[in-house]
Design a protein around this ligand. Sequence first.
Ligand code: WTA
Length: 653
Amino acid sequence: MSSTGNEAIENLLSEDRSFPPPAAFVDAANAQPSIYQEAEADYLAFWRRQALERIDWIREPTVTLDDADAPFFKWFTDGTLNLSYNCLDRHLDTGGDKVAYHWEGEPGDLRTITYSDLHAEVCRFANALIGLGVERGDRVAIYMGMIPELPVAMLACARIGAIHSVVFGGFSSDALADRIDDATAKLVITQDGAWRRGSIVPLKDFTDVAVDRCESITDVIVVRRCENDVTMTEDRDHWYHDLIEEASSDNEPAEMSAEDPLYILYTSGTTAKPKGIVHTQGGYLTGVSTTHHYVFDIKPDDVYWCAADIGWVTGHSYIVYGPLANHTTGVMYEGAPDTPTKNRLWEIVERYGVTVFYTAPTAIRAFMKWGDEYPAGHDLSSLRLLGTVGEPINPEAWMWYQRTIGGERCPIVDTWWQTETGSIMLTPLPGVVSTKPGSATFPFPGVGADVFDEAGNSVPLGGGGYLVLTKPWPAMLRTIYGDPDRYVDTYWSKYDGVYFAGDGCKRDDEGYYWLLGRVDDVMNISGHRISTTEVESALVAHETVAEAAVVGRADDLTGEAIAAFVTLRSGVEGTEELIKELRGFVSEKISPIARPKSIVFADDLPKTRSGKIMRRLLKDISEERQLGDVTTLANADVVQEIAAMAEAGKGEE
Ligand code: WTA
């Protein structure tokens, strides 16, 4: 336990395990140590070199960073380019036959899509959009599941200069309508239905409900996927396959300015109105292609699988734009990881010989809970690198991932970033950095980061506080759509001239960064600011625990007291003895102040649709309040179940 006393968040958990990059990785790695020195010497020159080397510009930029109107930064301002060209056309001469996506439908149907196939389809669909009157700068909503037509739709928008707004296919009609309205989208692209755990989610029906409410929509395009019945409204609704059939496969990509908007992506809000994060063209492509190349160490023959949904930023940056710009072969899977069985993902790894695999801690904890027998039954020896993103990864989940999935041979890149940052910001470079389980290690070359206390002083190594980004970066958000004041307020007003990420963070004595969860989740126990992440990680370190969430609930004595919600590994029974044992375990592992006052066992924890634990609702339950908004939850039922368990008084000290 180390603590300097003047930091904003206590540093309680210490981790001594460290894993140097495997020898086999070091020499061949895309990133060599000199890249840190290069970026350190001149970060603008570093990003400029990446922009010029990785992108085929129509007009090369002379400007690198334009900060005249900070915090409305601009990058490569006078450059022009087309992203669809950079992701597709330029690869055709040398490798049109290369597979862009091995796609697998949930029911088991397979499609192999080459770069030439994808290019032809994107050109056709771009022409179809033009035919429907979509113009440069128009907003197009895309409400789809994980089918190949989703990246086609995005790239077709990029090709003609329309701004896409992808709305995750798990959202409701209301959520879709709010996002269409906020962006005043003109057209929505959807599908008849999407497969989810063997049943059909009627996306077209949901779209109809939303569009009834939205005046801006003039046309709806529908991809046929599940062949479920839908109602087509004349003059408004069009079948995708009809449009494609009629369209020419010749399409000249539009010449876009580097700073034209590429897309809007709404961040999963909890209660506040969702924020439409705006990304632009040149800087974004520079950021995602550079990080994809170095962080995932991408080689020409890799089979790369980012098992996220394209509805989130991870899919935008690391399923679509980054990998395609880098001419990578990817895997895209439509359905749930446990359909038809919990073997599904490992079957896919084996089938395609996946070499690089990127997923979220919430998925890893689910795999741990299901048990080792599923991965153990498959040949995962093709894997050479693993990644994680989305939440702090508990050290024990990291260890499990490294052992059980990575066979102790694969480096793990724990990548910290946000919808707002567009590209990976903190991460190990595999082949260079020794990893520590649970640490996102260091800023990516060219990225400036620090940990500040309340007053804006840098917290010395060993202490905790708030993560800030001290230099602009190419893939940064440019604004919040339609609300520039909110952009300044949210990210640039807590500290002068630096970006406030909203995450707690500590650094150890060697300067490694350890993310501590969202600042709103920090607890205050007897005047100690304690991160939920550290207490959760202590719980997950116990052999019986698969997943844990803790919240601070109001307490007369200590201000807040720690309430823990714990999911056990499969086969373990939640007894009173175990509760006692877990309390003692946390006390010992971190500190008696972090000892949970109550522990409730739950089969599952409330999660947002992108898999992040929703602590706010657990706080409502612990404080016996009326439950807050559950509409953004992926699994609303569990909240009632947990509330009933908590009511029954289980685990109260
Ligand atoms: C959290 C996802 C710890 C963090 C790309 C951030 C992480 C939020 C990590 C952004 C990580 C993401 N370690 N925490 N490796 N990666 N986060 O916008 O709280 O969906 O602010 O972007 O996820 O989530 P978003």
